[in-house]
Design a binder for this molecule. Structure first.
Ligand code: 5AD
Ligand code: SF4
Length: 479
């Protein structure tokens, strides 16, 4: 097991020096940036690192795309749809570049780690100034400096991946923060491109994680989401610390009120994790546990390495040992060879588990993955029908399921306001359910006790019980 493979000191020094030179060049010029981020939370967090570096150089966030001096696309390639959008949106930038020839156009992220796709974009759009892959994020200052010298830059390195500590981060929120704990994925689910573009699994040292979270707590952050393609295979400190062990450490950090994590692979969900979720007061009563399919034949073909029964056993254990826990999931319809009977198994599993939310996808063949070579690809029409049936079922289950929250009292972390009608505040309970309630004097980023008195299709409606921040952590459970 590889754990901490740090980027070399020489490379870091190069980066730091390039960063300082860029600061001299950019500071005081009032230059602006705009980042368009696609895909998952890991990518969003990478965008926060790019924004952090840009700020260090002296850029400020542009009010709109049109006023940007540098435009970055942080791309995703998990499904074809995301890829097509990037081609369209880069194409549409031509007009902006014509109007402002000094505009710097940058494309990075997962899709650029597919070298042939990156080369195609680089050739097709001569006004793209800089392309780099996922393993070059920390080299952004060096590459951008090259652009300032007048050279187009292309850097897509094929490697297992390393860890870079200490990159500046400019966070989108002042109360909830994402923190990487493990990068990459070793699982090779047969449909998934992630292991090819994000490299092998490598865990951050717990000392670095705890230090980052302590600094966030000191800066007033209340909620942490620990991120990884599969947090359950975290093996930090030379493999001596597992994920539950890390949760115990993070739970002890003063000032942090809520700890979330994603994503959990069911095959690596240990008894220790269930225990930690049951015991640790700050760990939220929610787990995102992608099942992908309810059919054993499809799970095998997907290389998920658990059976339907094993998954359902985990769900039972979580529900019985972590009172009030809610589950969310990812599901794919139309995987090659999926029969009506296989799909019926997915529907029945959805019913059996009763998810708080389900993220559902049509299978999208990704080049280089095993599933894209499988015979029996499913037609677009069948995929669409199945997706609709699955979404309809989840909507009706969710509507019914929401009734059980009536009377629930718990702490809500306010994320924002909705002023379309009566001014409302909204935020999530520990269990991930979103609740809206009359706003009163609530402030964004505050924790308030709320009681649910009504439901909507996707969210709950409540009323404020205690204004201001209580010191006690109120468990979300039905009265
Ligand atoms: N097609 C459709 N959905 C996919 N996912 C990953 N790869 C594919 C693909 N090729 C979904 C999985 C995963 C989520 C992040 O995206 O459900 O859990
Ligand atoms: Fe993709 Fe599977 Fe890894 Fe998740 S666990 S990133 S679905 S290969």
């Amino acid at each position: 097991m590889r754990s901490t493979v740090l980027v070399s000191a020489t490379e870091l020094a190069e980066t730091k020096n390039a960063s300082l030179r860029l600061r001299d060049e950019i500071a005081g010029r009032g230059l602006k940036y705009h980042i368009e981020s696609y895909g998952c939370q890991m990518n969003d967090h990478d965008s926060e690192k790019l924004a952090g570096m840009l700020h260090e150089f002296g850029y400020e966030q542009a009010e709109s795309k049109k006023t940007a001096d540098i435009f970055l696309f942080n791309t995703c390639c998990v499904r074809e749809h995301a890829e097509l959008r990037v081609f369209g949106n880069v194409g549409a930038l031509k007009k902006l570049k014509d109007e402002n020839p000094g505009l710097i156009v940058v494309i990075c992220g997962c899709m650029m780690q597919q070298k042939d796709v990156a080369e195609k974009l680089y050739k097709r759009f001569p006004y793209v100034d800089l392309i780099f892959g996922t393993h070059d994020l920390h080299r952004f200052p060096v590459l951008l400096e090259g652009v300032f010298r007048g050279d187009r830059q292309f850097s897509v390195r094929e490697m297992d991946g390393e860890i870079t500590e200490g990159l500046p981060v400019l966070r989108g929120s002042t109360f909830s923060a994402s923190v990487n704990i493990i990068y990459g994925c070793n699982n090779y689910c047969t449909y998934c491109i992630v292991p090819y573009v994000r490299g092998r699994e490598r865990s951050r040292a717990s000392e670095s994680i705890v230090k980052e979270i302590q600094e966030l707590a000191d800066a007033g952050y209340k909620e942490i989401t620990m991120l990884g393609q599969n947090v359950n295979s975290y093996a930090g400190d030379e493999g001596k610390l597992d994920f539950p062990g890390l949760l115990y450490k993070v739970n002890d950090i003063n000032g942090i009120r809520r700890v979330r994590f994603m994503t959990s692979h069911p095959k690596d969900l240990s008894d220790g994790l269930i225990q930690a979720m049951a015991e640790l007061p700050k760990v939220c009563k929610h787990i995102h546990l992608p099942v992908q399919s309810g059919s054993d034949a499809i799970l095998t073909a997907m290389n998920r390495r658990y059976t339907r029964a094993e998954y359902l056993n985990l769900v039972d254990a979580l529900k019985s040992r972590v009172p009030g826990i809610e589950l969310t999931t990812d599901m794919i319809v139309g995987f090659p060879g999926e029969t009506d009977a296989d799909f019926a198994d997915t529907l029945s599993l959805m019913k059996q588990v009763n998810y708080a939310a389900a993220y559902t996808f049509k299978y999208s063949p990704r080049r280089g993955t095993k599933a894209s070579q499988m015979l029996d690809q499913i037609s677009k029409e069948v995929k669409e029908q199945r997706l609709k049936a699955l979404n309809d079922l989840q909507a009706s289950l969710q509507k019914k399921n929401n009734q059980k929250f009536l009377g629930l009292r718990g702490e809500v972390l306010v994320e924002g306001y909705d002023n379309r009608g009566e001014p409302m505040a909204f935020g999530k309970f520990s269990n991930f359910k979103m609740v809206y309630f009359p706003r009163g004097a609530c402030t964004v980023g505050g924790l308030y006790e709320v009681e649910v008195n009504d439901t909507q299709n996707n969210s709950l409606i409540g009323r404020l019980i205690a204004t201001g921040e209580g010191d006690t952590h109120v468990e979300t459970k039905s009265k």
